[in-house]
Design a protein around this ligand. Structure first.
Ligand code: HEM
Length: 350
């Protein structure tokens, strides 16, 4: 058998057989993979540490949800100082947004910006981040990276937990009301019956009326943003003569507005037919304000409704959702969550 010399590698002046060489290559491959796995594991742990974690000694059971709630949450507050966790969480958020901005910056042209923007606007693919990256003020100065990041952060995070909360509560209501769930599923099946692959197109969104009614009723009962605030800039006289004086900060309860029995009879009952086009005619548009109202309302509401419709339609097409054994308890924070998470059971449809 021929001998191969490894001396050219400068490692050692030995002659190796092809088997030895193969072994060396195999060992290097294994080492490279072990290093890559270790790094990926370390990286994951580093990222996940920003979120409340179960106690380390009960890590496995905690993640399976098999620890009592107080044990699951206490360690996260006891062992990490809030400031430290806050800074880590901010860093994680900023690193993520920075990466998105840098990636997008690489693909943008330095010349012919106006043509580029017009072409994108025409093909309906103009993204907000492109507009930010390419915009200039009156003096021709571009936005700083920090300004862009602040705007991008607002969009990413105004749009994330809110939609997650909205989706979770709709699925919860559909799980509790299998008859509505089935009707939504039939609507989606009918819409996509001759279609392969089963994907939702932009124009389909207007053809899911019952699903939309179910979503709206869920946003009424469980508005993802339960409270909003406003700084009063002028005296406001209420119909009964009382005055909200200029200069104070008002809290407006979206949740309360959506549960007003004078407008919503049996407010705690989940009834999608409240949003039947026939039934909304007489109601004030300000009776239903999950996305707020007025000039500072939610800029992403059309996107949010579209996103939720797509997720729900494709989920219902593939799965049946069933309620969990324990009833969730509302946990109003900045976003309306459920204590200990909102748990549902999911069955694949054959
Ligand atoms: C179900 C999902 C969503 C709900 C319930 C929701 C709700 C709201 C509400 C109530 C406000 C107004 C806050 C106020 O009046 O003080 C708001 C503002 C805002 N939302 Fe949403 N939102 C959702 C999804 C999104 C998405 C997907 C985006 C972006 C892609 C987004 C971006 C924004 C932004 C940028 C503002 C601030 C607007 C301003 O201050 O002028 N939201 N949202």
């Amino acid at each position: 058998m021929s001998q191969l010399s490894l001396s050219w590698l400068g490692l050692w002046p030995v002659a190796a057989s092809p088997w030895l060489l193969l072994l060396l290559v195999g060992a290097s491959w294994l080492l490279a993979h072990v290093l890559a796995w270790t790094y990926a594991f370390y990286d994951n742990c580093r990222r996940l540490r920003c979120f409340p974690q179960p106690p380390r000694r009960n890590w496995f059971w905690g993640h399976q949800g098999m620890l009592p709630l107080h044990q699951r949450t206490s360690s996260s507050t006891a062992s990490w100082s809030p400031g430290w966790r806050f800074r880590r969480a901010c860093r994680l958020v900023h690193d993520f947004t920075d990466a998105v901005i840098q990636e997008r910056r690489r693909t943008l042209p330095s010349q012919g910006v106006d043509d580029f923007l017009q072409a994108k606007a025409k093909s309906k693919t103009l993204d907000f981040i492109d507009v930010l990256l390419l915009s200039k003020d009156e003096d021709g100065k571009k936005l700083s990276d920090e300004d862009i990041r602040a705007e991008a952060d607002t969009f990413m995070f105004e749009g994330h937990d809110t939609t997650a909360s909205g989706l979770s509560w709709v699925l919860y209501h559909l799980a509790k009301h299998p008859e509505y769930q089935e009707r939504c599923r039939q609507e989606v099946q009918e819409l996509l019956k001759d279609r392969e692959p089963k994907e939702i197109e932009w124009d389909d969104l207007a053809h899911l009326p019952f699903l939309t009614m179910c979503m709206k009723e869920s946003l009424r009962l469980h508005p993802p943003v339960p409270v909003i605030s406003r700084h009063v800039t002028q005296d406001i006289v209420l119909p009964d003569g009382r005055v909200i004086p200029k200069g104070i900060i008002c809290l407006i309860s979206v949740f309360g507005t959506h549960h007003n029995p004078a407008v919503w009879p049996d407010p705690e009952v989940y009834d999608p037919f409240r949003f039947d086009p026939e039934n909304i005619k007489e109601r004030s548009p300000l009776a239903f304000i999950p996305f707020s109202a007025g000039p500072r309302n939610c800029i992403g509401q059309t996107f949010a409704m579209a996103e939720m419709k797509v997720v729900l339609a494709l989920t219902l097409l593939r799965f049946r959702v069933l309620p969990d054994h324990t009833e969730p308890r509302r946990k109003p924070e900045l976003v309306l969550r459920a204590e200990g998470g909102l748990w549902l059971r999911v069955e694949p449809l054959s």
